[in-house]
Design a protein around this ligand. Structure first.
Ligand code: ARG
Length: 463
């Protein structure tokens, strides 16, 4: 097969092997070995199809399929020696197959190219990650539902601008994250449905003259159908970008929640106590219990979104069809997937283990004049004054309470009436935080009854 120092797969037209630097920049085996199982599944499906269509003899196909299982078990057992000279996972597997079964191995690459092969392998890999991320999200959502159910009526301050706004319930706050993570779940589900087409059989870029059966390989690999354009099939990485896009938004959600946990677990807030299992100590300050897991989750969005941007940059401006640039897709996606799974698992663990400090939440809920809106609403409802005027009256009462260093419910009726004559004893009923939250019965509002209804709905959805 020509010069032995040139590549055994494609060295026919080469007189010399590659420079060491060429080999280093060209090889992807260092990372794409992670797709070994997908590569072997794709090759086994391809071999079965080649036999079914009469392109390959049954005995060759059987030897190939069997040999590939041996290769897989060697890889799984850690007994496989990967070779950089063999560039990537596709050629490493094929070369080993040849050692195991001889010349029949050379027939496996009939009617396919590494271009459709890598596109298929990578889709299978990303699809597995989407499934894993969906499992991770569901587990996290369940942990949030448990928190929400336990604390459906625990009052706490709700914030805008991180300033006390109106009282809300712990359950309602947890359920806000359920909504976010459920959208992440549905984004991944959408991406999965769109990506589930099989590129195998697109060959190098133009399809093949062999009478292949693309429906058969698509079905064998769990795809809904084969891709409909061979140029697109080998040059498309939208599936990876959609995964990274959904992962980025999910990581952004995780980051927001992580930030709240960092704030809430501080000595100034004490809204939650994180478990020892998800905290660390300081080597110098004995009193410290640091929310490191939350901080790291907060940071993960950087690399995940970074991967998304990096792959966008790799893909932009690439002419059809395959270009080697696209080999740069994998490390980004691998890293993003690994870190997304880790962040989801860590967040689930933290949520499961954390304790909401109910008394502190309640005390904070009543401070900062959090029921001022309830007072203004009461003036509109009972005294019949326009909301803008009610807002002004309430503002005057807040200033009065602030000057006295007390909360709104601590003002006397006489003091209130000095600001607006139609205020009656009844107003005290709406100044308590429990009443405030219970009154917010509008659909999607913070009333415990609404929260419980949402918990029940999501439990039903998740099954
Ligand atoms: N290692 C390559 C990749 O990851 C496989 C495809 C190579 N195709 C080629 N025509 N050189 O993209």
């Amino acid at each position: 097969m020509g010069d032995t120092s040139s590549n055994q797969m494609w060295g026919g037209r080469f007189a010399a092997g590659p420079d060491a630097i060429m080999e280093a920049i060209n090889a992807s085996i260092g990372f794409d070995k992670r797709m070994a199982a997908q590569d072997i599944a794709g090759s086994r499906a391809h071999a079965a199809m080649l036999a079914a269509t009469g392109i390959l003899s049954d005995s060759d196909a059987a030897a190939i399929r069997e040999g590939l299982l041996t290769v897989l078990s060697e890889i799984e057992a850690g007994e496989f020696t990967f070779s950089t000279a063999l560039e990537d996972i596709h050629m490493n597997v094929e070369a080993r197959l040849k050692t195991l079964i001889g010349d029949a191995a050379g027939r496996l690459h009939t009617a396919r190219s590494r271009n459709d092969q890598v596109a298929t392998d990578f889709r299978l890999w990303v699809r597995d990650q989407i499934d894993a991320a969906m499992d991770g999200l569901q587990a996290l959502i369940r942990a949030l539902l448990a928190q929400a159910e336990a604390g459906a009526d625990w009052v706490m301050p709700g914030f805008t601008h991180l300033q006390t706004a109106q009282p809300v319930t712990w359950g309602h706050h947890m359920m806000a994250y359920v909504e976010m993570f459920a959208r992440d779940l549905s984004r991944l589900r959408d991406a999965r449905a769109r990506m589930n087409e099989c590129p195998l059989g697109a060959a190098a870029l133009a399809g093949t003259s062999f009478p292949i059966d693309r429906d058969m390989t698509a079905q064998a690999l769990g795809f809904d159908r084969p891709t409909a354009n061979s140029l697109d099939a080998v040059s498309d990485r939208d599936f990876a970008l959609e995964f990274l896009g959904a992962a980025s938004i999910c990581a952004m959600h995780l980051s927001r929640f992580a930030e709240e946990l960092v704030i809430w677990s501080s000595a100034q807030f004490r809204f939650v106590t994180l478990s020892d299992r998800f905290s660390t100590g300081s080597s110098i300050m004995p009193q410290k219990k640091n929310p490191d897991a939350a901080e790291l989750i907060r940071a993960k969005v950087g690399r995940i979104f970074g991967a998304n941007v990096a792959l966008m940059m790799v893909m932009k401006g690439l002419p059809l069809a395959y270009s080697k640039d696209m080999q740069e897709d994998k490390e980004q996606v691998f890293d993003a997937a690994d870190n997304l799974m880790l962040a989801l698992a860590a967040m689930e663990g933290m949520v499961k283990d954390m304790t909401a400090n109910r008394a502190n939440l309640a005390a904070a809920a009543g401070s900062g004049f959090s029921t001022a809106t309830d007072l203004a609403d009461w003036l509109v409802r009972v005294a019949g004054i326009p909301f803008r005027d009610a807002h002004h009256v309430t503002g005057t009462l807040v200033a009065m309470a602030e000057a006295q260093g007390c909360d709104l419910p601590d003002l006397t009726l006489a003091q209130m009436q000095s600001v607006h004559a139609s205020i009656t004893e009844d107003v005290f009923g709406v100044l308590g935080v429990e009443n405030s939250v219970a009154s917010r019965m509008s659909y999607g509002g913070t009333a415990p009854a609404q929260v419980r209804a949402q918990v029940a709905r999501w439990k039903e959805v998740l099954g």
